[in-house]
Write a protein that binds this ligand. Structure first.
Ligand code: HEM
Length: 260
């Protein structure tokens, strides 16, 4: 049988994957399922692109790094924009099927944690929630040992300009990033003398800011949908989510601004 649109894209499998649990079912549960599935597909795409970005940083390929970053940023904008769609669901409508979610929550999104780790978040907290999923946990642990996008970016800048000590370049990847004066100096130098690297620095800031923007939009959506109720995943809900705001994954790219 020749390849068709449907067989290539596995449309039948894709469209069979939305199974509302509420009686009726409640009208908005379909939107709720689809939007989460779409997010998971975009997370997959982002991780795929970020791996490619790291390869291009390693080989010092500026045009392809720039193009890849632009794609990642465009996907992120789409992800932030999708929150508007979910905000068309009223609190009462969400309440009509919320109990069916039991203790499931976006908290448990393995790909979201993987994305955070790939970008640069390290440390044991990200792993705790996945203790019931050994395969997922092992995957996150492996990711933690690999250089992050931030590590690869710093190595890229250092290959162009130098000055970062080996202990920073070969740091223990499993530990959270420790802010480094040498890295800040490297960035000052890049901004002052390397226009190509400057463009990449600015797009990296867009990426860090974009993720923070998603978090902000998510917490506001949570507030308007469930107020100050706890989350299905067992956290304090919006109160917990507010503690995750304004956290930078690329800190020197922000602190360097005070130097100019
Ligand atoms: C009505 C819609 C939504 C509500 C009420 C909601 C609520 C929450 C709450 C309360 C938490 C905190 C953890 C918990 O106790 O459950 C959370 C975490 C999370 N949610 Fe949502 N959420 C919604 C939609 C989404 C969507 C569409 C996504 C996209 C994948 C998403 C992804 C996440 C992620 C990744 C976390 C973990 C954030 C972190 O720990 O930094 N949520 N959500």
């Amino acid at each position: 049988m020749s390849l068709t649109y449907s067989s290539y894209l596995k449309i039948d499998e894709l469209l069979a994957a939305q199974t509302p649990l509420s009686e009726g079912p409640e009208h908005d549960e379909m939107l709720f399922i689809i939007i989460h599935q779409v997010y998971e597909l975009w997370f997959k795409s982002m991780i795929h692109e970020l791996e490619y970005l790291q390869k291009n940083f390693e080989t010092g390929d500026v045009p392809t790094s720039y193009a890849t970053l632009k794609r990642v940023l465009t996907i992120l904008k789409v992800q932030v924009g999708q929150i508007d769609v979910l905000e068309t669901m009223s609190p009462l409508s969400f309440k009509s099927f919320r109990s069916r979610l039991e203790s499931s929550s976006g908290f448990q999104s393995l790909q979201f944690r993987e994305l955070e780790i790939v970008l640069g978040k390290r440390g044991p907290q990200a792993l705790e929630i996945h203790h019931e999923n050994p395969a997922g946990l092992a995957k996150l642990r492996r990711r933690m040992e690999e250089p992050s996008v931030y590590d690869s970016f710093i190595a890229f800048l250092n290959n162009r300009r130098g000055g970062v000590p080996q202990e920073v370049l070969n740091r223990d990847r499993t530990q959270p990033w420790t802010p480094s004066e040498a890295v800040e100096k490297l960035m000052v130098d890049a901004y002052q003398h390397d226009p190509e690297a400057t463009q990449l620095c600015e797009r990296m800031v867009d990426l860090d800011e974009g993720l923070q923007e998603w978090r902000y939009r998510h917490v506001k959506m949570v507030e308007r949908t469930i107020g100050s109720k706890p989350g299905t995943g067992g956290s304090m809900g919006a109160e917990y989510l507010r503690t995750t705001l304004f956290q930078s994954l690329f800190p020197e790219l922000w602190s360097v601004r005070t130097q100019f």
